[in-house]
Design a binder for this molecule. Structure first.
Ligand code: ZN
Length: 164
């Protein structure tokens, strides 16, 4: 996916996360974090695509958020957590669009991509009569799966914060 789309999706995801959590971060810090999340694409230029498109980058950012939490640095904790979610979304989008990513590099060079998902709908009446014939079939593209998973990560973060 192109850089501008990655930036816009990161900014939208970060904005949704901040609003969902009731935080008061401005648009400028969110734009800076969205820009940082796009920088993992730098591995296209001087590294192999493997080096920064993996879960360990997200893990490092999540651990940084936890460390800042222990250090009572609330703003840095929030920024690290928002950046972790943005990078997670970046990876999901690259998995849904294009060749996929080496999610567990350097442990393995295996490339992971999201599948296309088909959903069939039948009526409850047809299930009871045993005469099952699908009413409609919806096919969700890998990009749709990626965006849904990104939204799911944001909702999970909001839910986890509200429970904890
Ligand atoms: Zn990328």
């Amino acid at each position: 996916m192109d850089t501008l789309s990655h930036f816009v999706l990161a900014l939208l995801g970060g904005y949704a996360l901040v609003k969902g959590l009731g935080q008061k971060h401005g648009l400028l810090p969110l734009a800076a974090l969205a820009f940082l999340s796009v920088l993992i694409d730098a591995d296209h230029f001087w590294f192999r695509r493997l080096d920064m498109h993996n879960v360990f980058v997200v893990g490092f950012l999540a651990l940084s958020a936890i460390a800042f939490s222990f250090l009572k640095k609330a703003r840095l904790r929030d920024y690290a957590a928002i950046l972790a979610v943005m990078v997670c979304g970046h990876l999901l989008i690259d998995m849904g669009y294009g060749q996929g990513v080496a999610l567990f590099y350097p442990l393995t060079r295996g490339i992971y991509a999201l599948p296309q998902v088909g959903v069939e709908m039948t009526s409850a009446l047809q299930v009871h009569t045993g005469d099952i014939d699908k009413l409609s079939e919806v096919v969700i593209s890998p990009m749709g799966v990626a965006l849904s998973a990104y939204a799911g990560v944001i909702f999970l973060m909001i839910g986890a914060r509200r429970l904890g």
